[in-house]
Design a protein around this ligand. Structure first.
Ligand code: SAM
Length: 256
């Protein structure tokens, strides 16, 4: 008997701990089918066998399912607003903010914030970066990037904080140690708090509308009042007041 998608979801939850019920079904099924073709796996049952028996395949598949694409200063317009509006507000009067990047992937987003803090000689009380995928967090901690991933970093910051290593750029330990990386599944784990700024960008797009709503409430609950919440450029929050948020600019909201 062929294993159907519901059954596959249960097996993936058991083997990888990833709850596909909260991810958009059509998009996920298409991705999984592409994976079957790529690895010449006949059907879902063969996929499950493979991820159970082959640790390397399991890690690659987790990576693929959770979609880790990221880069430094992704969406320059948003980082412009972070630099000129958000950071001055949350560091006003010498305050040391607490900042959380949820769905942090390779760490490029939180390190971009760390570089901006350095630029203005500001310090944070906490820079937290979390992701469901432990392998990507390992990569983030090592801070080794392809030229494409750092293409938006201003040359002066590349010069100051990166070294070359075989066609890759390695971020200095001085910046890497500013950030704490932790495994966290936003669908299952308790949310840490309080934060002055939370970024959860390019993650919601993979979730169903109900899951997105549930998560927005939880993120808002983790913010101090007046704190900022930033989503990806394709993830506008409709009727932000419903969540106790006010739109400040493109993708950027503050807690009322
Ligand atoms: C496309 S990346 C976004 C990276 C970064 N925020 C950015 O905008 O460049 C999406 C990240 O969300 C993570 N992710 C997916 N589901 C998650 C979950 N349930 N909890 C935490 N992170 C999750 C993935 O592992 C992946 O690293």
């Amino acid at each position: 008997m062929r294993m159907d998608y519901d059954f596959l979801k249960r097996r993936i939850y058991e083997v990888l701990g990833i709850d596909l019920n909260s991810y958009k079904e059509q998009q996920m099924r298409r991705r999984i089918d592409q994976w079957l073709t790529r690895y010449s796996l006949e059907d879902y049952a063969h996929l499950v066998e493979r991820i159970k028996s082959d640790a390397e395949h399991r890690e690659k598949f987790t990576n693929y399912l959770t979609i880790n694409t990221s880069q430094f200063f992704r969406d320059l317009g948003v980082f412009n607003d972070i630099e000129n509006m958000v950071l001055p507000r949350i560091t006003a009067g010498g305050k040391r903010p607490r900042i959380w990047s949820a769905g942090a992937s390779i760490g490029a987003e939180i390190y971009s914030i760390a570089l901006l803090l350095k630029k203005y000689n500001q310090r944070a009380q906490q820079l937290l970066a979390t992701d469901i995928d432990e392998a990507i967090l390992d990569r983030a901690e090592k801070g080794r990037y392809s030229p494409n991933e750092v293409q938006n970093v201003p040359p002066a910051l590349i010069e100051k904080y990166f070294t070359n290593d075989e066609n890759h750029l390695v971020l200095s330990e001085e910046v890497r140690t500013m950030v704490t990386f932790k495994k966290h599944d936003m669908l299952r784990d308790l949310f840490p708090k309080p934060f002055d700024l939370i970024l959860c960008r390019n993650v919601f797009i993979y979730f169903t509308a109900e899951t997105q709503e549930r998560l927005i409430h939880k993120f808002v609950d983790s913010l101090v009042s007046g704190g900022f919440f930033i989503v990806g450029s394709a993830e506008h929050i409709m009727d932000p007041a419903r969540f106790g948020l006010e739109r400040q600019s493109y993708c950027i909201y503050s807690k009322l």
